[in-house]
Design a binder for this molecule. Structure first.
Ligand code: TXA
Ligand code: MG
Length: 319
């Protein structure tokens, strides 16, 4: 395994490796992805093997231009096109009818494909240099917290991934918002930094998919972002008795009172800015997981704006 700073030389080498059927981990603005050429079914199969990901969980296809997006899907029109024009490049995945040359393994046999045009310059340069659409789930073992640095990827998948491009810490820190259009109705399938409010400002009312353990309700296995240490959601530190505090960590998105006695207090921002908190959430969950605490208590946040996505990830971690 090698971790390389994502300069032009490393990106060119990564593109060559991808075209030769190898896997490359690379940065996006949301989280690090584990990439393979999307039209190379054997290479995509290796992603599933490395992640130990069940075959029923489809993978997102990444493109660097609207033109390439159009070649991955059967059509990009109506509400989907409006969202693409408004929010791409950026942390938004659109689930659309797939083009014929996208293999079944990418979509888990579904008639649709998730497509996304990331804003990260390294991701864009890599896809352009490869000159292929890149299938990439988050670069973590299945069921674990997504990586937001190259070091996270190296720690968990390093032995299985020959090349990791290091583009620094991810600016968003949570996986992309996913929108589907079943029955022609825009539906929020996974919350992220493109918030429900932003989608509705563009389209009017947007449906919100509810969790189901079925694979066709994408990525929405109830427990999906799970650290190993048990995590409990609370409204206030007052919910935690003194005797429990000494073995527990408290996770807060901003300033918090009544923290005496906790073994550790993790504040994700100095002033409660939820965008800042989101960028640090997964790294904090990893660090807390390694801290040897009996339990992590996480303070709930209001479910508006990106608070919805933060609560979604905390809730999954708490299952
Ligand atoms: O931000 C992101 O989306 C990151 C970066 C690397 O781009 N990728 C990511 O991939 O989070 P992954 O595989 O960890 O999550 C993708 C989710 C899956 O849970 C999958 O169920 C859903 O997207 N998905 C992909 N294709 C789909 C489809 N055709 N229909 C419904 N859901 C789909
Ligand atoms: Mg994932």
């Amino acid at each position: 395994m090698s971790v390389r700073i994502a300069d032009q030389v490393a990106i060119a080498a990564a593109a060559q490796a991808l075209r030769a059927g190898e896997l490359v981990a690379f940065p996006t603005e949301t989280v690090y992805g584990l990439g393979a050429v999307a039209t190379d079914a054997a290479a995509v199969a290796r992603i599933f093997a490395v992640k130990q990901r069940p075959a029923f969980d489809p993978v997102i296809v990444h493109v660097e231009s609207l033109d390439r997006a159009r070649r991955v899907v059967a059509r990009l029109d109506g509400a989907a096109r409006r969202l693409a024009e408004r929010f791409w490049p950026g942390p938004l995945t659109l689930v659309l009818p797939r083009a014929a040359d996208i293999p079944d393994i990418v979509t888990a046999g579904l008639p649709t494909v998730g497509v996304r045009l990331p804003s990260h310059p390294v991701a864009q340069a890599l896809i352009a240099a490869t000159d292929r659409p890149i299938a990439a789930p988050s670069a973590n073992p299945f069921g674990y917290v997504s990586p937001t640095t190259a070091a996270h990827v190296a720690a968990q998948l390093g032995d299985a991934v020959p090349l990791i491009l290091d583009g620094g810490a991810c600016a968003v820190g949570l996986e992309s918002t996913i929108v589907g259009f079943a029955d022609g109705q825009p539906t929020l399938l996974r919350s992220g930094a493109i918030t429900l409010e932003m989608l509705e400002a563009e389209l009017g009312a947007v449906r919100v998919a509810t969790d189901t353990p079925l694979p066709t309700a994408p990525g929405q296995l109830p427990r999906h972002y799970a650290p190993r240490t048990p995590l409990t959601l609370i409204d206030s530190p007052a919910a935690v008795a003194a005797a429990e505090r000494q073995h527990a960590a408290l996770l807060a998105t901003g300033p918090v009172a009544d923290t005496d006695g906790f073994a550790h207090v993790e504040r994700l921002s100095n002033d409660g800015d939820l965008l800042v908190a989101a960028t640090r959430l997964f790294a904090a969950m990893r660090a807390l997981d390694a801290g040897g605490f009996a339990r992590v208590y996480a303070l709930r946040v209001a479910e508006t704006g990106i608070g919805r996505a933060i609560m979604d990830r905390l809730r999954r971690a708490s299952h």
